[in-house]
Design a protein around this ligand. Structure first.
Ligand code: ATP
Ligand code: MN
Length: 479
């Protein structure tokens, strides 16, 4: 049996025709004269109302139509008598695909807490909030591919299993087929990874960048968009153990080009979401407004979700150096009053509280910080002439902190090798990476955007675990 997605049905003029809709019952309401069923099929945030006359449906069928049950409803699409919807379906036939025992079905038509919904992550896509988030997530993923395709980038798939442990981007998950209870040992008592599946120690990737650079030095402009893993044991609202990272890498780009790309890219994908997810964003905007009302006046945010997104796409990001930012922070009120948890001075890695002060309090705009101290950044970043800083750039967003981290890369073989020695990485281990500097080296740059941090920003949600269907975090891998 064919059917019409509700999203299409509400858009086109099928009034007067007989239609079949298939979906899950959100609510059922009975009056003296009629039964009203609100159905949702996930194609849109909007439900369609199906109406039967009192006594029209057999009692046994009516009993099975409860919140969560799955139905096929056939009937004439008519202009709605009631307020709240333009059209509705006058039921001629109902088929119950699957019932949902109201005593056991955990999703009832009331507001559930996000914490509770995390415990039933297998069912939460059936809620308005999560279906909206998942549709927006899809639209953003599509917009990412579209942006790069429109701009001459090639999608490069970098490996998920890697042997390079030299990236220094975080703790890694080991990949092995060795017996965990009795692994083979070398003579000096260490695990003998030469007997492991790949004949060496391997891990899940923390970044596709090094391989991305190989692609850029052949194809010019590439991007990756794939799963990324970090075993950081941090239970924050902005970190996942498994997340999706987008990493463009461009030959002949310097730091400034990199910043221009990052800014244009984020603005373009946010604009795409505004254009293509208007209903879902309006729903989340409203949801957030309700949530804000429960907060104290001084804790309420000045902008609503839609206003915030509009604001970001219509204002230039502020650009300044790390050194300038430290100046601002050192002279800031919270620093003078000792209100920062972590102290600031030149050379420290900025904490999220510092990043958010700059973005939310000082500039009230997204900020791009550049030229960080070399000691707190990765070995591959291009060294500045002052010998102290590197050509790094972090894009900082309100409510999020760091959303993008990137840099121009060191393209000089001697400097790169010297830096590797300094930080204790054997250049031989990354011989293949260094070959790009040996043969036809060129200036190049790139960045990494955590996809979930982008979805977090666009949906206005507060916890990164709520913007990925099945979150992976410390002690969390149920579904
Ligand atoms: P942070 O300081 O916020 O932990 P990072 O500096 O370790 O991030 P990078 O190595 O620069 O992160 O990674 C590039 C981008 O990937 C970050 O800007 C962020 O958007 C995203 N990202 C990094 N770690 C995580 C994580 N654990 N979960 C989700 N996204 C992440
Ligand atoms: Mn970073």
């Amino acid at each position: 049996m064919s059917y019409l997605p509700i999203q299409q049905l509400l858009k086109t003029t099928h009034v007067g025709t007989t239609v079949t809709i298939k979906g899950w019952v959100r609510t059922k309401r009975e009056s003296k004269n009629a039964v009203f069923i609100a159905l949702n099929d996930g194609s849109t945030i909007n439900n369609i109302q199906a109406v039967a006359e009192a006594g029209q449906l057999p009692e046994e069928t009516l009993k099975l139509i409860t919140t969560g049950a799955c139905l096929a409803v056939t009937g004439q699409l008519v202009e709605s008598q009631g307020a709240g919807q333009a059209v509705e379906v006058k039921i001629t036939d109902v088929l119950v695909y699957g019932s949902a025992d109201p005593d056991k079905y955990p999703l009832q038509p009331k507001r559930h807490s996000l914490e509770f919904l995390r415990e039933i992550a297998h069912l939460r896509p059936r809620t308005n909030t999560f279906s909206a988030i998942l549709r927006i997530r899809h639209a953003l993923a599509f917009a990412v591919h579209k942006y790069f395709n429109d701009n001459g980038f090639f999608y490069l798939n970098t490996p998920i299993i890697t042997a390079s442990d030299a990236e220094g981007a975080g703790e890694m998950f080991r990949v092995t087929t060795l017996d965990a209870t009795k692994p083979p040992l070398t003579e000096d008592g260490k695990v003998d990874y030469s007997q492991d599946f790949f004949g060496r120690e391997t891990n899940l990737t923390v970044s596709g960048q090094l391989e991305g650079e190989l692609g850029a030095m052949a194809l010019g402009k590439i991007y990756t968009f794939g799963p990324t893993f970090r075993a950081e044991n941090s239970n924050t609202t902005r970190h996942l153990a498994e997340f999706w990272m987008i990493e463009p890498e461009m030959a002949f780009y310097e730091l400034e080009d990199n910043m221009n790309l990052a800014e244009d890219f984020v603005k373009t994908v946010i604009r795409y979401a505004l254009q293509h997810c208007a209903d879902d964003l309006a729903f989340l905007d409203n949801r957030l407004k309700e949530e804000e009302k429960t907060k104290k006046k001084e804790e309420q945010s000045e902008l609503g979700l839609l206003e915030k997104l509009q604001f970001v796409i219509s204002n230039e990001f502020v650009r300044l150096t790390y050194t300038e930012a430290i100046d601002i922070l050192v002279n800031s009120k919270p620093a003078k009053k000792g209100q920062f948890q972590y102290e600031v001075s030149w050379g420290v890695d900025l904490q999220s509280e510092h990043e958010r002060y700059l973005v939310e309090k000082h500039f009230k705009k997204p900020v791009i910080l550049t030229n960080y101290p070399r000691e707190i950044k990765a070995f591959y970043m291009k060294q500045d002439a002052d010998g102290k800083t590197v050509r790094a750039m972090d894009v900082l967003f309100p409510g999020i902190g760091e959303i993008i981290g990137g840099s121009q890369r060191e393209d000089n073989l001697e400097k790169l090798e010297a830096r590797m020695h300094e930080v204790g990485i054997e250049p031989e281990v990354l011989w293949w990476y260094l070959d790009t500097r040996r043969f036809g080296s060129a200036p190049h740059a790139g960045f990494g955007l955590g996809f979930e941090r982008l979805v977090l920003f666009v949906t206005g949600m507060g916890n990164i675990r709520d913007v990925i269907p099945f979150p992976r975090a410390p002690k969390t891998a149920e579904f």
